[in-house]
Design a protein around this ligand. Structure first.
Ligand SMILES: NC(=O)c1ccc[n+]([C@@H]2O[C@H](COP(=O)([O-])OP(=O)(O)OC[C@H]3O[C@@H](n4cnc5c(N)ncnc54)[C@H](OP(=O)(O)O)[C@@H]3O)[C@@H](O)[C@H]2O)c1
Length: 335
């Protein structure tokens, strides 16, 4: 396929701000890009390429994947691998590339959850799909109630010792289990770099203990689905479901969940954002960045325009105390 050769923007580090990830040596951009949706084998490669190029040109140095992202599973890593080989290879040392394992990936008893067998094999497969020698961060994607935590953490530690990942993280672990995992990884000599947790104005569970554990342990936090998969943007405010939207695909964001009651709350948030001369998406990003314990906001985007809009949040002024209080007031009506 023909494509323009890529030369990264000379000004790519001029405006992006970077936050230290916990007490580690790594800094992450305030905005990171995830490839969960829009980068699968079913998506247009040229759109994927345009989004990734724009991101890197604007200082987004962190791209997040998982073994199962697609569809089909594995294809987001393949898309990334294709574009990495053509565009980003000269910039490998400027990138933080992450992947994960923990959800169903292949048939049989060794393609899911948290055994050492699964995690080690899955990362080997991911590295092949992406055409990489190592990833910067490898995560266990979700807690496994049946595998001893020591085994899962030992798998992560082994992966670091083998040089297949520079750092390890956990995702979707509740506060107490996070504390235990962090202690095991510290004893193993391979400290936990980061926790990847769902967090937005509509889902504030990390405020209830997890962020304190992470802060006390010097572990960073990267917040996924910060726009609640598009609810905290202008996408659905009119009451229509656009044909090209995530809700129209009706899998992870369901049409039936976008009720009139919810839209009423989202419209009040949108009015507040407009009174502050910003869009709802920009307010949602800035709201997460109000807490320094949140290292990075991990957005998704289906177009360059969406990415550019979300990047504008970083130039906006911080939300003042009165606006934050009004947001809390409005969110009391979110069911
Ligand atoms: N660890 C985990 O368990 C886990 C789980 C989920 C996600 N993640 C990570 O987090 C990343 C982000 O998750 P997410 O995609 O749910 O994040 P999100 O930022 O909450 O939602 C992204 C979606 O919102 C819409 N959107 C984004 N910007 C917009 C704008 N300015 N205007 C209108 N619509 C906009 C787009 O949907 P349309 O398609 O409708 O355009 C886009 O695909 C994932 O890629 C993945 O890396 C991790």
């Amino acid at each position: 396929m023909n494509f323009d050769p890529y030369c990264a923007g000379a000004n790519r580090y001029d405006t992006m701000k970077y936050r230290r990830c916990g007490k580690s040596g790594i800094k992450l951009p305030e905005l990171s890009l995830g490839l969960w949706h829009n980068f699968g084998g079913v998506d247009k490669l040229e759109n994927c390429r345009a989004i990734l190029r724009t991101a890197f040109d604007r200082g987004i140095t962190h791209f997040d994947m998982a073994n199962n992202y697609g569809p089909p599973p594995g294809s987001a890593e393949e898309t990334f691998g294709t574009i990495f080989a053509q565009d980003f290879k000269p910039y490998r040392d400027e990138l933080i590339i992450s992947t994960k394992a923990g959800y169903t990936m292949w048939q049989g008893p060794y393609g899911d959850w948290g055994s050492k067998k699964y995690l080690v094999a899955s990362l080997d497969q991911s590295l092949k799909r992406m055409g990489l020698d190592y990833v910067d961060i490898f995560y266990h994607h979700r807690p496994d109630p049946d595998t001893p935590l020591e085994e899962t953490m030992d798998a992560l530690s082994q992966i670091v010792r083998q040089g297949k990942a520079l750092y390890v993280g956990i995702s979707n672990y509740p506060a107490e289990l996070t504390q235990k995992a962090v202690e095991i990884l510290r004893k193993n000599g391979t400290p936990c770099l980061i926790h990847q947790a769902k967090y937005s104005m509509l889902n504030r569970w990390t405020e209830d203990g997890l962020l304190d554990v992470l802060d006390d342990s010097g572990v960073g936090c990267i917040c996924f689905s910060p726009l609640a998969q598009g609810l905290l943007t202008g996408r659905y405010l009119s009451g229509n479901i656009p044909a090209d939207s995530r809700a129209a695909r009706n899998v992870f964001l369901k049409e039936k969940d976008i009720t009139e009651e919810k839209l009423a709350v989202l419209r009040r948030l949108n009015d507040l954002a407009e009174q502050n001369d910003r869009t709802l998406a920009r307010m949602a990003v800035k709201w997460i960045l109000r807490d320094r314990r949140n290292t990075s906001v991990l957005i998704g985007a289906s177009s360059v325009d969406q990415l550019n809009e979300n990047l504008k949040a970083l130039d906006d002024s911080d939300l003042d105390a009165a606006t934050l209080a009004k947001i809390d007031e409005i969110l009391k009506d979110w069911q």
